[in-house]
Design a binder for this molecule. Structure first.
Ligand SMILES: [Zn+2]
Length: 366
């Protein structure tokens, strides 16, 4: 059998095995998951030098060099896996009773896929002006439903200004690409994605449906685009801490609950993988020192939370989870709503200039 030194030597051969068997030449980049059970269209596997392991952010599996060869060639027993590794790199094992050479199963052919691209900047035309008009529309007579909806979700006029929120009844006015059909809609809250060095451009916008009845989609956003609060830059800005929420409103709620919090939203648990990948590729010294994971209190949320924590542990990043929400609260926005009337409330006041749109609402903390 293997002695400890041999085992270590073979373990350290992971880069060779990855090159020979998976065609991985640049270990700093993501590569396609080696698991047959995982149809990995967007490469999600990574090499960890420390320990010589491969981990996939997509399916959550981890391999060392032995189990990797086992996975690739369908070899179950450890001695045969070890022999296969040794054969591959031309390493002579000392043991006399080395098992016969494992016969590799034919490799399943896979369609070649394009290499992993860096995240693309948001596409589309600059809808900055339309977003400005939508912000104004929030205060236009007849459009009270927009601000009422926001207040019901505990967001005041300061929040609308902070996030550049607006209101529209016609999504095509914001982005001509929008093909929205919501028969019951009373209108839409617009949530822009600001880009540019000074946040001086907005390449696209998301819509949140306000409806008196059923909605087809709570959120409308261009295909393949993250949420407006997917603040990816926060993952490589050397911040001391960031909060990562599941939804947009939760991220905005955390920004209200925690002074000076850096918040970002996954926009759905499916983006947890992307979060870990981007973080993995960020230079170590520019990663946030601490990540506070704030998922929803439900099965999908708990699962995502555990998975993010495992990824953060693997990368050696400090983390914390949002303390358990009080009973009945499912997410950060619920928590904010629960505090209403106890710790904070809205204050209604008049602007110094009468612009003709009635009172402004601002949060008053006790
Ligand atoms: Zn996988």
């Amino acid at each position: 059998m293997l002695d400890e030194r041999e085992r270590d030597d073979l373990r350290a051969a992971m880069p060779d095995v990855l090159r020979e068997r998976c065609g991985v030449t640049d270990l700093r980049r993501s590569f396609r998951c080696p698991s047959r059970d995982h149809d990995d269209s967007d490469p999600s596997a990574h090499y960890y030098e420390n320990g010589h392991t491969v981990h996939c952010f997509g399916c959550g599996k981890t391999w060392d060099v032995f189990s990797l060869l086992g996975e690739l060639d369908g070899i179950d027993s450890f001695p045969e896996q070890a022999q296969a590794v040794a054969d591959l790199i031309g390493y002579r094992l000392s043991g006399e009773d080395a098992p016969p050479k494992a016969k590799p199963k034919p490799k399943r052919k896979r369609k070649p896929r394009p290499p992993f691209d860096e995240p693309k900047p948001a596409g589309g035309a600059d809808c900055w002006e339309a977003i400005g008009r939508a912000f104004g529309n929030l205060y236009a007579p007849g459009n009270e439903v927009g601000r009422r909806w926001l207040r019901y979700r505990c967001l005041d006029d300061d929040d609308a200004a902070r996030w550049g929120l607006g209101f529209t009844r016609n999504p095509k006015e914001i982005m001509p690409e929008f093909n929205v059909w919501e028969p019951e809609a009373l209108g839409y809250i617009t949530i822009p994605f600001f880009t540019g060095k000074q946040c001086d451009a907005a390449n696209y916008c998301m819509l949140r449906t306000i409806s008196r009845g059923e909605v087809r989609n709570k959120e409308w956003r261009p295909k393949g685009i993250a949420t407006p609060l997917w603040n990816e830059w926060m993952l490589s800005a050397g911040l001391s801490s960031i909060f990562v929420a599941e939804g947009l409103l939760d991220a905005m709620s955390i920004a209200k609950l925690v002074v000076d919090a850096n918040v970002m939203a996954l926009g759905g648990t499916a983006n947890a993988k992307r979060f870990s990948q981007v973080l993995y590729h960020a230079p170590k010294d520019l990663r946030p020192q601490k990540v506070v994971v704030c998922m929803d209190e439900d099965d999908a949320g708990r699962k995502t939370r555990d998975r993010l924590i495992a990824d953060l542990d693997r990368m050696g990043i400090w983390h914390a989870t949002m303390p358990a929400y009080p009973k009945g609260c499912k997410d950060a926005n619920d928590l904010l709503a629960m505090m209403r009337g106890r710790e904070w409330d809205f204050e209604e006041y008049q602007g110094s200039i009468d612009a003709g749109f009635g009172p402004l609402y601002r949060t008053r903390w006790r």
